[in-house]
Design a protein. Structure first.
Length: 294
């Protein structure tokens, strides 16, 4: 048996698992099959001998493909659930019917459609497939804490609590709004009160490079990670004059968007009305992939 045949055989052994993951994320059998097929194409272009966790690699690949598909769907405001689900439920294909009857019914799929793409991916991978948040974080482009928050918000929505989700966003808006006002007004004490003592500011490579380039003009010095409320408050105090409130993947944050073009995004993780994490993104490709409203 050739190496390609062996690889295909190993892939086929994981196909049902991958299809289940993709279906729960996408709610469409045809799109799930497309995502699984794309994962095979990506695998075929990869040195599979270097993959230590074969099933884990494929799960991650399918999840990333599904996340891209969900974001593209949201950008087009498409809602494929309904017709497709009804066709599956009334069809003769036993495998397709099993997908519905297993653990995700039509009602669940409809609720999942109300989630942001990142929330849906985090919830499905963690709550339905027991993937740890450390593994989910790089898929959704967030930290483990942020991925946990995404899944938590999704879980409350799935459990039938949209009012709580709205209240969460209202609380987030209050905290982030207070943070923005304190930063603009150079109110160091107010910033400290809003930040958890162990808060961490994570910054992507683009933002770090930009801060170094603008150091002579007085830009704050950034590092991939800045820890502690004193250091983080010092970084923001007297700044953020041009930032504005935004909703980032369903989460309240800040965006700097001169001419309505997002240049940098500040994503907050808030626990007990205190900021425990801030993720600063300046990479244009990463920003373009976000579900961003401002």
């Amino acid at each position: 048996m050739s190496e390609k045949e062996i690889l295909a055989e190993r892939f086929e052994a994981s196909r049902s698992h991958l299809r289940a993951v993709a279906y729960r994320m996408l709610g469409s059998v045809s799109e799930a099959d497309d995502a699984v097929q794309e994962s095979w194409l990506r695998l075929a272009r990869t040195d599979a001998s270097a993959v230590e966790n074969f099933r884990g690699w494929l799960t991650t690949a399918v999840a990333r493909i599904c996340l891209d598909m969900l974001r593209a769907r949201k950008a087009r405001r498409e809602e494929p659930i309904g017709v497709d689900a009804e066709e599956i439920a009334s069809g003769d294909d036993a495998e397709k019917e099993a997908l519905i009857a297993d653990s995700v019914g039509v009602a669940m799929l409809v609720v999942l459609e109300t989630l942001t793409p990142a929330e849906r991916v985090a919830f499905v991978l963690h709550d339905m497939f027991n993937l740890p948040f450390d593994d989910i974080a790089p898929i959704v482009g967030r930290s483990s804490a942020a991925a946990r928050q995404l899944a938590s918000r999704a879980r409350r929505r799935v459990q039938g609590a949209p009012p709580s989700a709205e209240m969460d966003q209202a609380r987030q808006r209050a905290v982030v709004g207070a943070f923005l006002a304190a930063a603009r007004n150079d109110d160091f004490s107010a910033l400290l009160a809003l930040l958890d003592p162990d808060v961490v500011l994570r910054t992507d490579a683009t933002a770090v490079a930009a801060s170094l380039a603008r150091a002579a003009a007085g830009a704050p010095s950034l590092a991939p990670e800045i820890r502690g409320h004193q250091a983080v408050a010092k970084t923001f105090s007297g700044r953020a004059q041009a930032a504005q409130l935004a909703v980032i993947e369903g989460n309240v944050g800040l965006v700097y968007a001169p001419g309505h073009r997002p240049v940098s995004v500040f994503d907050f993780v808030i626990e007990n009305d205190r900021i425990v994490e801030i993720n600063l993104l300046a990479d244009a490709t990463a920003i373009a992939a976000l579900d961003l409203v401002f």
